[in-house]
Design a protein. Structure first.
Ligand SMILES: C[S@@+](CC[C@H](N)C(=O)[O-])C[C@H]1O[C@@H](n2cnc3c(N)ncnc32)[C@H](O)[C@@H]1O
Length: 349
């Protein structure tokens, strides 16, 4: 089935009979609904761009609801523009003329994500890794294809796997050689359709010379930083003393985190974004607001706070009777069971 071309839609804009325009649009909608295709091609500046059926149907139905010829023409013009012109900002590739197509990009500060993305090379077997949806959301919103991302606590390589998928270049630094090996194995399993570079380096982010890594790639800076440090000692990642999970006190942890913040800040381009993923912890019955402490460390470096995102998490590994035990303990001890972590989003001024 052929749906009208851009020119056909433009011709409709020239008509003065509202009923006729709506009749024609109704025919297009009926044909679209019958079609098994989910994408349609429209020529844009000599190239062709594919547009989702749901998007077209949504727009056409909105046009049908209008009551005046002026409004109908306004929406038709906007629709043609959305098919023929690309409007992006300088920090991502989101086509704002078709913003309704990005309904999976979260714009709320509360993230309730039920299921971990386990597709491709993503696995949940590295204790302490974050869900791939976190880098996925940020890379799409705060980077363009071909730009460079730094993850100074790379772990099993979740950020870099997403980089490969989304066509961004990435460097990850990870302290434990065994974990670097795991990340490399994971990365090998992910296809590289955009031919970008992803690299995991064994190193200590509190002492590594990041400039050397940049030089090797012949770049001067990064366009996005994704920082997912240990949540102090909640999970002991290794026995190394330069591992943030082995910090002797909160102050020691913040000092080590602060060094990483100091070293990475100059590497980020002005106006670009940095996200820190972190949770709080209890210590001897006292809630330690690690998240807010870390946020303050970032603000002290001059970053502008753009959002405090609260994200749910559920310990899926926990058995039901363990959950009941924790609920009993919480009731008896007067505390709350952790169900959320924070993502602080910053922009370099
Ligand atoms: C919360 S995990 C990051 C997980 C990662 N986002 C993922 O999805 O796999 C923190 C990681 O930081 C590493 N780490 C701890 N101290 C470090 C340091 N000084 N330099 C580099 N990596 C460090 C740990 O070994 C651990 O793998």
């Amino acid at each position: 089935m052929e749906i009208p071309s851009l020119q056909d839609f433009n011709n409709l804009i020239e008509k003065e009979d509202l009923e006729k325009i709506k009749d024609e649009l109704n025919f297009v909608i009926i044909d679209l609904k019958k079609s098994k295709k989910t994408e349609f091609s429209f020529g844009i500046n000599g190239t062709s761009s594919s547009v989702g059926k749901d998007f077209i149907l949504g727009e056409l139905n909105q046009i049908l609801k209008t009551r005046t010829i002026e409004r109908t023409k306004y929406y038709l013009k906007r629709f043609v523009k959305s098919l023929s012109e690309v409007k992006t900002r300088n920090i991502n590739d989101i086509n704002l003329n078709r913003w309704k197509e990005y309904d999976d990009i979260i714009t709320d500060s509360l993230w309730i994500i039920d299921k971990r993305d386990q597709s491709g090379a993503h696995k949940a077997d590295y204790w302490g890794n974050f869900i791939p949806q976190i880098p996925n959301q940020f890379l799409r919103r705060y980077t363009k294809k071909g730009e460079w991302v730094l993850d100074p606590f790379a772990g099993s390589g979740t950020t870099l796997i997403e980089c490969k998928r989304l066509g961004r270049n990435g460097i990850g630094i990870e302290l434990s050689p065994a974990v670097v090996k795991l990340a490399k194995e994971n990365l090998r399993k992910e296809k590289n359709p955009n031919k970008i570079k992803t690299k995991v380096v064994t190193g200590d982010s509190t002492s590594i010379d990041f400039r050397v890594e940049l030089k090797k790639e012949k770049i001067n800076s990064f366009q996005f930083l994704l920082i997912h440090p240990p949540y102090w000692d909640i999970i002991k990642f290794s026995k190394r003393k330069n591992d943030l999970s082995n910090a002797k006190s909160v102050d020691d942890f913040l000092k080590m985190f602060g060094i990483v913040a100091d070293k990475t800040y100059p590497l980020l381009d002005k106006g670009r974004y940095c996200a820190v993923v972190i949770g709080d912890k209890y210590s001897s019955g006292e809630w330690i607001p690690l998240g807010f402490y870390v946020m303050q460390e970032m603000l002290n470096r001059g970053y502008k706070l753009k959002s405090t995102i609260v994200k749910n998490f559920d310990t899926t590994k926990g058995k039901i009777n363990q959950k009941e035990l924790w609920r009993y303990r919480a009731l008896a001890g007067g505390f709350y069971i952790f169900k959320h972590e924070y993502i602080f989003l910053f922009q370099k001024r």
